[in-house]
Each structure stands twice: as C-alpha cells, then as structure tokens.
Design a protein around this ligand. Structure first.
Ligand code: SF4
Ligand code: FES
Length: 252
C-alpha cells in the first residue's frame, strides 16, 4: 500500500481550522495493474473542503495520474458519483468534516459498471438504458402555435423526477443491477416516469410497454438503496412503484 503525506497550508491557515485526513483510494490503471489496489494519502484539509477538494489536492500536488470525472463541482452535472465510505455520493457535495475522520475516508468507483481507470467507469450501459425509454416529449406531431400549456397541478405530478442529474448513484447502488446486468436500473425508470406522468406527452403507452419487459420495472425488489443514494433527494423507489401501478392499472 503506497502512502504519501502533504504538509502545507494557505496564507490564511491561522484563521481557518485545519485537520488531518487520510484518503484511502481504490486505484486501478489497466495499463499497469492486474487488479485494483488501495493507496493512502494523508492531507491537511479545512472545514469547507469536500471529498472533491481532497481528490484535486492529490491529483494536482501528488499524483497527476489519479483519474476521476468532475465538471461543475456544485452538484449539477452529475459526473462525480463515487462510493465514499461504502456509500454512493457526489464527491463535490460531500464535506470531509461530515465524515468520521478518526479513520481513513475510502473512495471507490461506483459498482455495476466496468472500471476503466481509478474512479472512471464505463457509463455507456447506463446511458443506453436511459435512451431506451424514449426520454423526450412524444406528441401526435401537430406543432403548437404557442407553448404547450400545463396546469400547476399537472406539472407537480412529475416534478420530483425532473430533478435527475443522471449521476448513476441510484442505478449503481441497486443489488439487482449489480447481479443482473440486463435490468434497466432505477435511473431509466425515473427518466421514464418524468414523461409518463407529463400531461402533454402521448408516449406513455410505449414507455410502459418497454418497462413491462422482463428486464424492466418488475425486477425492482424495493430495497430503497436507490432512494438513499440519490443526491437530489428524488423518491426513486416511489417513482418506480408509481410506474408499476400505472402498468397494473393499464392491465385492469
Ligand atoms: S435519480 Fe438521483 S441518483 Fe439516480 S441518476 Fe438521477 S439524480 Fe442520480
Ligand atoms: S462535479 Fe458536477 S455534480 Fe459533482
């Protein structure tokens, strides 16, 4: 296990309380490693620092080969979902001071998707599932002469699932997705829910038929991992249940 220590502080260090944290990273470089390995870095960090700041410090000051996705750094783009202390979270939304610092903070790639390097996984199966549920407004083709009107009540019907940032924290926390390999996964169902319950949309029947597939919504075992993992607070399991009920109602 490799270990590195950084001891430095910004000019304002006297005014900002600092603390030591050991970041325990699950590293994998397909060009060098036959299997993943753990690597420790002990850093001096500050009260407002997030896991993403610690990863940046390592990448920019210790080892530039550390590889992870991030973009907005503010919980919007959905690119930095990781397993932090064994739980799926966004690195940019996880404050170090909120984690137990008397032991190393572990960081691993999300599960269920092939690891390409360090914390970068192959997202293509995830996006393929999303594409398959027709994530766009379906209408009978008559272009409106003005915006498609919708009441506040109708808009509220699917408000929760519009918040999805496609980070994959839900899908990659689902035990069915880990073991199955074919299941659409929670995010694709959330994406479908957003349109199925949109009063302006006319593609609900098609989407429900797609999710009625043997790899569809019935694979869900209601473990609530997805709801716990969602950084946007979306009630993922509830959305899945609503799609199931829509299918049952349709059958009736
Ligand atoms: S439902 Fe939540 S956890 Fe799942 S992809 Fe969307 S934002 Fe991420
Ligand atoms: S970097 Fe964009 S959500 Fe974290």
């Amino acid at each position: 296990m490799a270990t590195a220590t950084v001891e430095q502080a910004p000019a304002a260090a006297d005014a900002v309380p600092s603390f030591q944290v050991t970041m325990r990273l699950r590293r994998f470089n397909p060009e060098q490693d036959t299997e993943a390995r753990w690597e420790d870095h002990t850093l001096t960090m500050y009260g407002t620092d997030r896991v993403l700041d610690a990863l940046h410090k390592i990448k920019w000051e210790i080892d530039g080969s550390l590889t992870f996705r991030r973009s907005c750094a503010h919980g919007i783009c959905g690119s930095d979902a990781m397993r932090i202390n064994g739980r799926n979270r966004l690195a940019c939304k996880t404050l170090l001071k909120d984690l137990p610092l008397d032991k190393p903070v572990t960081v691993e790639p999300i599960k269920g998707l092939a690891v390409l390097k360090d914390f970068v996984v192959d997202m293509e199966p995830f996006f393929e599932a999303y594409r398959s549920i027709m994530p766009f407004l379906v209408t009978s083709g008559n272009d409106p002469s003005r915006e498609r009107r919708q009441s506040p009540e109708d808009r509220a019907r699917y408000d929760d699932t519009t918040k999805c940032i496609m980070c994959a924290a839900c899908t990659s926390s689902c035990p069915v997705y880990w073991t199955d390999g074919q299941y659409f996964g929670p995010q694709a169902i959330v994406g479908a829910h957003r349109f199925i319950f949109d009063s302006r949309d006319e593609g609900a029947e098609q989407r429900l038929e797609i999710l009625n597939d043997r790899d569809g919504v019935w694979r869900c075992r209601t473990t609530f991992n997805c709801t716990d993992a969602c950084p946007r607070g979306i009630e993922v399991t509830k959305a899945i249940q609503e799609v199931k009920r829509a299918l049952l109602f349709r059958r009736g």
